[in-house]
Design a protein around this ligand. Sequence first.
Ligand code: IMP
Ligand code: MG
Length: 179
Amino acid sequence: MEKDIAKILFSQDDLDNKVKELGEKISKDYKDKELVLIGVLKGASVFMSDLMRSIDIPISIDFMAVSSYGLSTTSSGVVKILKDLDHSIEDKHVIIVEDIIDTGLTLHYICENLKSRKPKSLKICTLLDKPERRKVEMTVDYKGFDIPDEFIVGYGIDYAEKYRNLPYVGILKRNVYEK
Ligand code: IMP
Ligand code: MG
């Protein structure tokens, strides 16, 4: 796996520190509120499990799975719900937890869909953001890092279902996917 990584962008320490920072901020902002974290599978699973343990107020969690890229590296804009939430979010304060926002098409679709279920509030938390690639406007309320327009993997994020178990975030060598 390591030999396919061109450069490490964020080490385990970088990620730990940033996740703690985000967790503290969310804990403050949602004190005395009923908060549900919604993780977007599978990419956000590692971030989600670290983030929730850095939040020190009572919360509940749920997960949603959508298809976006398939096995390619560019967004199709076609989003399909593969797994829906287990519980209603009506009247709840909701934060969607994403691994990475690229064009924004996936999250835009998820947001519109969740808004129709009448949450009390709906915010976005993403570990990584590629702002220059955005195709739809969107407010990101909690963000870990901005990254350049490169294809990255690790810390839950995959290429063709591989590399999710790397403990850091790195840039994937182009020769791995440009064949
Ligand atoms: P968007 O719809 O273009 O914003 O794409 C969002 C989803 O595509 C993310 O949640 C990721 O799962 C995936 N994605 C976007 N950029 C990358 C990347 O650089 N590496 C791996 N997956 C990515
Ligand atoms: Mg994702």
